[in-house]
Ligand binder design. Structure first.
Ligand SMILES: Nc1ncnc2c1ncn2[C@@H]1O[C@H](COP(=O)(O)OP(=O)(O)O)[C@@H](O)[C@H]1O
Ligand SMILES: [Mg+2]
Length: 230
């Protein structure tokens, strides 16, 4: 589904990603863990094309998309749930969802998003800036689903959410996996990441320093304390 090979990414002269490689298979959830400032968002930005890799390649569904602009990656089936949600504040909940629809006859429709998030249906006519943090997160996920992606990129979807809502986001991610979606998930919530992931990678200073199954990381307290501050 997604293959990231030896990706180097810069902001101007600042070299942030130093040769990142990883893969996400069909129907898999792959999680990136790491402290703040380690390059997680930069990796997501490189994958979707906001900050293209200067070296290395990104292949998605058989195509080399390394230099594609974001809209083209989305058209090809990549969905993004950005860090900090970034819903359109002055649009209503329904409008936020409708602007994202691609009308490609895919399975995700307004009705199906409402089924997954009944709360969004209740609040369909409200402006997005009136929603709680948890509701905005649901809206950001719903909006990405409206593009009918095969691969979903999620950047810290539980950031700033209360424990109950963290569990709710975890439930939704598990449900999306059952629907067959592939997910590249950035998380700082270790228990949540370990619960949903098929594979985990730890990013430190722009490099993957550890990769394993969730149960191996769960048992590795040295890695947890050295790189995750647990
Ligand atoms: N737009 C930018 N311009 C310059 N440097 C940036 C920019 N965005 C992030 N950085 C730097 O890149 C590094 C990685 O940031 P980021 O990918 O946001 O980390 P994370 O998502 O893991 O917290 C940090 O040192 C950060 O200061
Ligand atoms: Mg980030």
């Amino acid at each position: 589904m997604l293959e990231i090979a030896d990706v180097h990414t810069y902001y101007g002269e600042s070299h942030v990603l130093h040769g990142v490689s990883l893969a996400v298979g069909p129907g898999e959830i792959v999680t990136i863990l790491g402290r703040n400032g380690m390059g997680k968002t930069t990796l997501i930005r490189s994958v979707i094309g906001f900050t293209p890799a200067r070296r290395g390649t990104i292949r998605f569904k058989g195509e080399d998309i390394t230099r594609w602009p974001p809209f083209r990656a989305v058209e090809h089936g990549m969905g993004l749930v950005p860090q900090g949600r970034r819903v359109f504040p002055s649009l209503t909940v329904r409008e936020n969802l409708e602007v994202a629809a691609r009308g490609n006859g895919g399975r995700w429709t307004l009705a199906k998003v409402h089924e997954l998030f009944p709360r969004l249906q209740e609040r369909a006519g409200n402006r997005a800036n009136k929603l709680s943090g948890g509701e905005q997160q649901m809206l950001a996920i719903g909006r990405a689903l409206m593009t009918n992606p095969d691969l979903l990129l999620m950047d810290e979807p539980t950031e700033g959410l209360a424990p109950l809502l963290v569990r709710e986001v975890g439930r939704v991610i598990a449900e999306l996996k059952r629907e067959g979606l592939s997910i590249l998930l950035v998380e700082q919530n270790l228990p949540m990441a370990l619960k949903v992931a098929d594979r985990v990678h730890v990013l430190s200073r722009g490099q993957i320093v550890y990769s394993s199954t969730p149960s191996e990381l769960s048992a590795n307290h040295e890695i947890q304390s050295r790189y995750l501050g647990v």
